[in-house]
Design a protein around this ligand. Structure first.
Ligand SMILES: Cc1cc2nc3c(=O)[nH]c(=O)nc-3n(C[C@H](O)[C@H](O)[C@H](O)COP(=O)(O)OP(=O)(O)OC[C@H]3O[C@@H](n4cnc5c(N)ncnc54)[C@H](O)[C@@H]3O)c2cc1C
Length: 424
């Protein structure tokens, strides 16, 4: 394995959405030497497109959330990616899954009331969990919990109300036909990324910061850390002097678990249009969300989260598929069993470089995002989805924090472009 360049101006740890954004912004900083150190043998981190069939599959991020405000929408268009703008039907899927119209209307009304209650609770002084705003014994409590496992990767009882309501969602969601991961591959092309270069320690005692990797050591004037909170909370990267405040902030922002199972589908499904969402059960939080014939493809994408996903990861793809087949047979009839087969699945919790899917804040820990994002001595900077105050848990949120960290590092080196220095 090749040795690394041993001395650079700025080192970036991690080549996910945040690290790629950081490196792209730094590359504009006239003459700076930059190196991105990435543990995996690929770029993209939790954005990763594969193609086990004749169409691409996004193992991680798939949706350009808040697409009308998402900085990656115009970038993708400019780079020639094709946007799929059909809106997802995440709310009104019960009647298609066998429930009555009355049940669906009641669910939608209950869901809206619950979201209003979240906002009200968030305005109170003390933070609390999303579960605390449930109506005791409510008809849809299990389904609200299931939707939390899909949205937050965790059950309602674990999630901070204050943090939850700071997430901004314009309600516009698009996809890239070629895959979100392909966009990040393109954005990373030409950047100085060292793959297979897991970082084990960052020594910031001296004038130059010393980074130890499995491929040797690197020194840098500035370091931008973009690894997931799971890595920081476990202190899998050792800082010297230690940074307990970063480990604590990261522990307040654990990664929830969400996984996908991709299934091939043969034949038509009369009465079910492409991109329709189905729901496995309204009575258990251990259920899956199914997207049927997404982007007109002969497939079903199954999505599941929380403790249920963690357990299924341990059991493997066979167990995921059996579960999905059972639920789909209940909704679509037994005939579906002989028309589906597994294509691919994910296990983000077991992935050693992510150890989960995306961050949520524990009750009482909404402030941890700002604590995590704060620079140390104007030499160590932090970015990544968990650092975003309003777009956390997303690829574009990660991207925006990477841009901001790069700007801060450039400013600390006196290298901000003239336009920014003039206005400052
Ligand atoms: C199943 C799933 C579905 C999702 N759906 C969506 C969606 O539809 N839309 C959306 O916007 N977002 C979605 N997300 C979330 C989105 O993927 C993430 O928020 C975003 O990609 C995180 O980017 P990041 O740069 O902060 O972190 P990462 O992508 O995790 O990047 C960090 C990088 O650091 C590397 N690393 C870790 N440890 C070390 C080390 N010691 N040394 C060197 N490198 C290290 C990792 O390998 C990784 O490449 C989804 C995620 C999952 C898992």
């Amino acid at each position: 394995m090749a040795a690394l360049r041993s001395e650079v101006d700025v080192a970036v740890i991690g080549a996910g959405a945040a690290g790629i954004a950081t490196a792209r912004r730094l590359a504009e900083g006239d003459g700076l030497s930059v190196l991105v150190l990435e543990a995996r043998d690929r770029v993209g981190g939790r954005v990763h497109t594969i193609a086990p069939a004749e169409f691409p599959l996004d193992r991680g991020a798939e949706w350009l959330h808040s697409a009308d405000r998402n900085p990656l929408s115009p970038i993708a268009q400019h780079l020639g990616f094709s946007l799929h703008r059909r809106p997802p039907e995440w709310v009104s899927r019960l009647s298609r899954s066998g429930a009555s119209r009355e049940a669906e209307a009641d669910w939608i009304a209950t869901r809206e009331a619950h979201y209003r209650a979240r906002k009200k609770a968030a305005a109170e002084t003390a933070d609390r969990s999303l579960a605390s705003v449930l109506v005791p014994g409510g008809r849809w409590n299990e389904l609200l919990d299931a939707t939390s496992t899909w949205g937050n990767g965790a059950e309602l009882e674990h999630v901070s109300v204050k943090d939850y309501v700071s997430y901004e969602d314009s309600g516009v969601n698009w996809r890239l036909r070629e895959g979100y991961g392909r966009l990040f591959e393109k954005l990373a092309s030409g950047l100085p990324v060292a793959l297979d270069a897991a970082v084990s320690s960052i020594d910031h005692t001296g004038r130059l910061i010393r980074i130890e990797t499995v491929r040797g050591s690197v020194t840098a004037k500035r370091v931008i850390v973009t690894v997931p909170t799971s890595i920081l909370a476990a202190e899998a990267i050792r800082f010297d002097p230690p940074l307990p405040e970063k480990a604590e902030a990261a522990a307040g922002l654990p990664l929830g678990v969400d996984d996908k199972l991709f299934i091939s589908l043969t034949g038509a499904l009369p009465g079910i249009e492409p991109d329709i969402y189905l729901i496995g059960s309204t009575r258990s939080r251990e259920t899956m969300s199914y997207q049927v014939r997404p982007v007109d493809r002969p497939a079903i994408y199954c999505f599941f989260g929380g403790c249920f996903a963690a357990a299924l990861e341990r059991e493997g793809e066979g167990a995921m598929f059996s579960f999905a087949a059972e639920e789909l047979a209940r909704i679509l009839g037994n005939d579906i069993r002989r028309r589906i087969a597994p294509l691919a699945s994910t296990a983000w919790l077991r992935d050693p470089w992510s150890r989960g899917s995306y961050s949520y804040a524990l009750p009482g820990h909404a402030e941890d995002r700002a604590r995590l994002a704060a620079p140390v001595d104007d030499r160590l900077f932090f970015a990544g989805e968990a650092c975003s105050p309003n777009f956390f848990s997303t690829a574009h949120g990660a991207y925006m924090t990477g841009m901001a960290a790069a700007e801060a590092a450039l400013a600390s080196l006196g290298r901000l472009p003239t336009r920014v220095q003039v206005t400052a």
